[in-house]
Design a protein around this ligand. Structure first.
Ligand code: ADP
Length: 337
């Protein structure tokens, strides 16, 4: 029997996990574990490209690990990037197979470097910000996955990864790296409750995201105050806010409520309060489940951390094998391990 295909995906430890992250990425990761051999990385090296607080980074890294485990990610599939230093080593090697011009043309680099200039960063733009797609290429290629689940915003980066892999293969004269394919899965784009024209996101501030692990009261309050009408919806069209609430119901698999409220909407009899109550019940239900799991994990913090260190060490073996082969192919001396 052939080996199950590999999937790689990573997430940055930059703070709370919200329903956008959950419905748009993590819930799908949990499902993918049934079909593929998955590698899920908490990529702390990536959280350093913009000015950051080192103490917070350490905390956020463990927080994210515990949160991912609470959602149903298997501990064997999880690793912490900085405990696999081979990522950084491969990143250097791949930098030498990357076009500088292509890096400067990355949309995210253009956006974020413009932001750094604006946000009192004294215009400080780290070389890390420019090079981070190369580290991302290393994160991916080091495990030789067939697929990488990507959203639209990451497509350009995966294409770069494929370009780098191809250039390496050409130069060393061997089809060594598998060119990973994007895995497009239907995932919802969750919008901000405070401004349904922009996506739910941490970076926009507290009111723009609903924390998956928040207290019930807070979730209900945020849903209750979600914007429904912005006043600029064309006649006969569903407003962005109402559409987002329906999307949340669907994402939370509350299909009975979804259908009955859709019928109300079509009949022109929808009461926003009913829609909001149904959304709040759904989100609170999901949140209660993950919070219960989180409490169990918190009661065994030490053991959980040990498990993650062990799973990272096992995953690291794969990375060590790749880096040894890459160094051989690249004409570099190898350390034996
Ligand atoms: P944030 O924008 O809050 O900083 P991240 O960039 O860390 O979130 O995203 C982590 C993962 O969650 C990515 O796979 C991203 O596509 C997904 N994601 C983030 N926000 C949303 C959203 N509003 N809707 C759907 N998916 C999202």
């Amino acid at each position: 029997m052939s080996e199950t295909k590999r999937v790689l995906s990573c997430i940055q430890p930059t703070g709370d996990m919200h329903f956008g992250n959950y419905f748009g990425a993590v819930k799908n990761w949990v499902k993918l574990q049934q079909t593929y051999t998955c590698y899920y990385g908490v990529v702390n090296y990536h959280a350093m490209t913009m000015p950051y607080n080192p103490k917070k980074l350490r905390n956020n890294t463990w927080e994210l690990i515990f949160n991912l485990l609470s959602t149903g990610i298997d501990h064997e599939r999880l690793f912490i990037q900085s405990l696999v230093p081979e990522h950084a080593e491969l990143s250097w090697i791949l930098n030498c197979f990357t076009s500088y011009g292509q890096l400067t043309r990355m949309t995210q680099f253009k956006d974020k470097s413009a932001q750094s200039g604006e946000q009192g960063g004294e215009g400080f733009i780290s070389a890390g910000l420019l090079n981070y797609p190369v580290l991302q290429a290393a994160d991916i290629l080091i495990y030789r996955p067939s697929f990488v689940p990507v959203g639209k915003d990451q497509e350009q980066h995966l294409e770069l990864t494929r370009n780098i892999a191809q250039r390496f293969n050409n130069q060393v004269g061997k089809e060594y790296f598998i060119l990973p394919e994007p895995l497009f899965t239907e995932v919802p784009k969750v919008m901000s409750p405070a401004d349904p024209t922009r996506k739910m996101s941490k970076s926009a501030g507290d009111k723009h995201y609903i924390n998956l692990f928040a207290e019930e009261k807070r979730i209900r309050k945020q849903v209750r105050s979600a914007v429904t009408d912005t006043g600029d919806t064309p006649e006969g069209e569903m407003s962005a806010g109402v559409r987002n609430l329906f999307e949340l119901l669907k994402a939370g698999e509350a299909m009975d409520a979804y259908q009955s409220l859709q019928s109300d909407y079509e009949a022109g009899a929808l009461k926003y309060v009913d829609l909001k109550d149904a959304v709040a019940d759904t989100l609170v239900g999901i949140s209660e489940q993950v919070r219960a799991r989180r409490a169990e994990l918190d009661a065994n913090k030490k053991e959980v951390k040990q498990q993650i260190k062990a799973s990272t060490a096992a995953i690291r073996k794969e990375a060590q094998q790749t880096i040894a082969e890459v160094k051989d192919l690249a004409g570099l001396m190898n350390v034996r391990f």
